[in-house]
Design a protein around this ligand. Structure first.
Ligand SMILES: [Zn+2]
Length: 323
């Protein structure tokens, strides 16, 4: 008999909840917008969505939540969120009481790392560094087969590793500058693309900027994939900076696999290959020769699946290869 849980990916603009079994098959799903809501509004939207799933699927045992916030696992609260009004809400206890099932919460990048390690591109590995590269860079660490969360749950903020103390200002609530996130996120690809457009007004990027178009990471990536030289150079430059960060992680954690997902991975090897080359040139032996740098298996469902895997993991349900 398969065990079923609900996995909830709570983003800044929408939530995706799904019923997931221990083979990671999705049986049912609910999608809802949460933009511009108060903390009460968001809480009610989550409760309604999960209850809807529970009514249709009475054999669900628990719910897992992936939240784009720093989590305090001792209190079950979100301590710092960039895009959600959930700070200081005793989220885990409120949800558990309202839903009537065990609830587990974690940072979204932690749960996607867990999903990749149990079922995805890092399947079977016990030492995994996970990065989610989108607007920012989320990080997750699986060490010795377990998620590493630090003292209270706020660890593994890998995107905020400084790779140049005089680098550009970091984003959001981060007071730092020169973080990996400032150099190698999707936003950084857009920023570098904007600079390249100014320097090369006769390029595709230059003409797009002159026509008043905003140069985004997505646009640069699409141009690079279509073979545009300048866009490829920009993505390659960002990839090399990503590799500087990877070299640090390889030296620190000696991972078997570094798995990289998120929207920026649309660039694929245009981003990853320069990152691998830079990492190899900078990291110590033998660590650098023991690690694989791979693209994530899960795309836009990664957060929901990861939240489901978190709940399965906490319930003690073994992953398929361990059963
Ligand atoms: Zn930062």
């Amino acid at each position: 008999m398969s065990r079923k849980v609900v996995g909830v990916d709570l983003g800044g603009t929408k939530l995706l909840a799904g019923v997931v079994d221990d083979q990671l098959e999705v049986h049912d799903r609910v999608h809802r917008m949460v933009t511009g809501m108060s903390d009460k509004g968001v809480t009610e939207a989550i409760v309604e969505s999960v209850q809807e799933l529970l009514e249709r699927n009475p054999d669900v045992h628990a719910a897992g939540f992936g939240i784009p916030c720093l989590i305090d696992q001792r209190q079950g609260t979100a301590v710092m969120c960039v895009n959600l009004p959930l700070v200081d809400v005793p989220f885990r206890d409120v949800m558990s009481e309202r839903l009537g099932i065990p609830v587990f919460i974690d940072n979204d990048a932690n749960v996607t790392t867990l999903a990749e390690a149990r079922f995805g591109a890092a399947k079977g590995a016990q030492h995994v560094v996970g990065l989610t590269i989108g607007t920012g860079i989320g990080g997750g660490l699986l060490l010795g087969g377990k998620l590493y969360r630090g003292f209270a749950g706020g660890g593994a903020e890998l995107g905020h590793m400084v790779i140049d103390q005089d680098g550009p200002r970091c984003q959001g609530a981060c007071p730092n500058n020169g973080c990996l996130e400032a150099f190698a996120s999707g936003s950084a690809i857009g920023r570098e693309g904007t600079e390249a457009a100014e320097q090369e007004p006769d390029s595709e990027l230059g003409r797009a900027a002159a026509a008043g178009e905003e140069i985004t990471g997505e646009m640069v990536t699409q141009l690079a994939l279509a073979g545009d030289e300048l866009a490829r150079m920009v993505v390659g430059q960002v990839g090399r900076r990503l590799g500087v960060g990877l070299a640090n992680f390889v030296n620190m954690f000696n991972p078997e696999v570094i798995v990289i997902g998120g929207g920026a991975m649309a660039a694929g090897d245009l981003l990853l290959e320069p990152a691998r080359v830079e990492m190899k040139a900078r990291a110590l032996r033998p660590n650098r020769d023991q690690v694989r740098v791979v693209a994530a298996r899960f795309g836009s469902d990664a957060g929901m699946l990861g939240a489901g895997v978190l709940a399965l993991d906490e319930l003690g349900v073994p992953a398929p290869d361990e059963a």
